[in-house]
Design a protein around this ligand. Structure first.
Ligand code: ATP
Length: 140
């Protein structure tokens, strides 16, 4: 059976995750509080839903417990990101990945039980620096 993913927050980061998962043949529910963003994904994701994911009942009505992996890609609104993550942990979602905006955000997310915290700008900066160094080593 295909793995079921849910992506919450359809900014640049969340959008690219949805598109890549769909390209990889996965089942993806795309969720955002913003109707326009959700409409953009109606023809791309397997399902798309307008929802405020800080509300536990809303999350439950999406059947979020049944997803194999939920990705929280709410960046700017740190309070919403933390609350959403906490609700997902309390509901018992099996695997939760969250995008952190800064080190304090990351610390809180780890404390409340996120399985994986990513920091795309920092992580990508590190990867690019490593690539540049290893390329330079090979060039000499
Ligand atoms: P990126 O750096 O990925 O481009 P962004 O700045 O475009 O991020 P953010 O403002 O970090 O986007 O938020 C990502 C998305 O999360 C937005 O589309 C926003 O509408 C959505 N979002 C914010 N709060 C909630 C919430 N409570 N429930 C659902 N979606 C939310």
């Amino acid at each position: 059976m295909k793995k079921q993913f849910a992506v919450i927050g359809l900014g640049r980061f969340g959008s690219s995750i949805v598109k890549e998962l769909v390209d990889q043949g996965m089942q993806v529910l795309a969720v955002d509080i913003n109707e326009d963003k959700v409409n953009e994904f109606a023809g791309i994701a397997t399902h798309a839903a307008i929802a405020d994911t800080t509300d536990e009942n809303t999350l439950r009505s999406l059947g979020i417990r049944n997803f194999d992996h939920v990705i929280v890609a709410i960046g700017d609104n740190i309070q919403s990101s933390i609350l959403t993550t906490l609700m997902l942990v309390e509901i018992g979602v099996s695997h939760i990945t969250v995008k952190a905006q800064n080190d304090y955000h990351e610390k809180v997310l780890n404390k409340i039980g996120a399985d994986k915290v990513v920091h795309p700008e920092r992580d990508m900066g590190i990867r690019i620096a490593h690539n540049i160094v290893s390329k330079n080593v090979l060039d000499y």
